[in-house]
Design a protein around this ligand. Structure first.
Ligand SMILES: *Cc1c(COP(=O)(O)O)cnc(C)c1O
Length: 359
């Protein structure tokens, strides 16, 4: 019998646990910030046709430079972003990994402001670099002074700023992002996985790219675009940064099917994004009603809400699961993170939370 412990695994991976949000088949799944709505039928049909067109050429490797997809992303992003400024991968997690492979690695450090996305330390670990967590300010915000002080103290090679932040929902203002870009000698990446859900959508770090060649803005089709199952993420940055990422990607990393599907989906970005406003409304409804019930939800610019005032998160997690509702215990004391669902799903969640509320 062989177990993991018997294998000649890298010393720095010994004893670690992999990323593992539970995947359970329950009626109401509000645990991993997926889009609650399915891909609209007419879009799905167009995607299938585009994939069918690509398939006979699958004897050849796909376009290594994914030119058409880069044009599609540049067009979708606006803000004068050009195709030469676009990179893409199988989910933005792969894009973040490329960034760390190119700009991080052994002997280097990644700094981020915690609590934040749980994959950052794992991605750093994977490329053998050190992760430096710096606590956020009061209320999980991050201001320019905190950012400048942390960068001065730790002199990181890479900074990841998650805005809106997972798991707190907090957006970082552009003044703070510029402060980071000005203070850091290395790379500053703004993870905008939830940008489309922000209350002020004009507040994107894309507007700063012209002035900051070491600033990177990553996005994903997994959340607002209802495309988590297809695995497509991307980033915008200076063309020289894109050249650096070419050095570390595996050849032909984006399959012909992925490219075809994403190009077709982006043609329908208006329909794909049409439910974002509904989800924002359900998010705001959760904040409002959970406050009335005596919980303490944090303000959110994402498609989820971090809810404080939960006396026993594990007990509440289990009680919700008994009612067919899956949420996330992110390990922050007294809190649960809950994704905005459809109106009906949100109603079910709120009814259950009313039953379970603290006295
Ligand atoms: C969900 C999420 C991503 C996206 O991951 P994909 O690999 O694109 O599915 C990236 N960053 C954050 C903070 C997220 O919450």
């Amino acid at each position: 019998m062989t177990s993991l412990d018997d294998l000649p695994i890298r010393d720095d991976l010994r004893g670690l646990t992999p990323y593992g949000a539970p995947q359970l088949e329950v009626p109401v799944r509000l645990n991993v910030n997926e889009n609650a709505y399915r891909v609209p039928e007419e879009v799905a049909l167009d995607i299938v046709q585009e994939v069918a067109r690509a398939l006979p050429d699958a004897n050849r490797y796909p376009d290594r430079e994914f030119d058409e997809l880069r044009r599609s992303f540049a067009h979708y992003l606006g803000h004068d972003v050009t195709p030469e400024q676009i990179w893409a991968g199988n989910g933005s997690n792969e894009v973040l990994q490329h960034v760390l492979q190119a700009f991080g690695g052994p002997g280097r450090t990644l700094l981020s402001f915690t609590p934040t996305y749980s994959m950052y330390p794992l991605l750093a670990q994977g490329v053998g670099m050190r992760w430096v967590p710096v606590p956020r300010d009061e209320g999980f915000t991050v201001g320019p002074d905190t950012v400048r002080a942390a960068i001065a103290e730790h002199d990181p090679d890479v900074v990841f700023l998650c805005s809106p932040n997972n798991p707190t929902g907090t957006a970082i203002d552009l003044e703070t992002i510029e402060a980071a870009a000005d203070a850091a000698r290395g790379i500053v990446l703004v993870d905008e996985a939830y940008a489309e859900f922000a209350r002020d959508r004009e507040q994107t770090a894309l507007t700063l790219l012209d002035r900051h060649p070491r600033l990177l803005v990553s996005r994903t089709m997994s959340k607002a675009f209802a495309f988590a199952g297809m695995r497509v993420g991307y980033l915008a940055a200076h063309p020289a940064v894109i050249d650096a990422l070419r050095l570390v990607r595996l050849p032909y990393h984006l399959s012909a099917i992925t490219q075809a599907a994403a190009v077709a989906a982006l043609r329908h970005s208006d329909v794909m994004l049409s439910r974002v406003d509904d989800l924002r409304a359900q998010r705001d409804r959760m904040v409002e009603e959970l406050s009335r019930l005596g919980y303490r939800p944090y303000p959110s610019d994402a498609n989820f809400v971090l809810v404080a005032g939960v006396d026993d998160p594990q007990a509440t997690f289990r009680a919700l699961l008994d009612r067919g509702i899956l949420v996330r215990d992110v390990g922050l004391p007294g809190t649960l993170r809950i994704t905005a669902g459809t109106r009906a799903e949100t109603s079910a969640l709120l009814a259950a939370m009313a039953e379970l509320r603290p006295e």
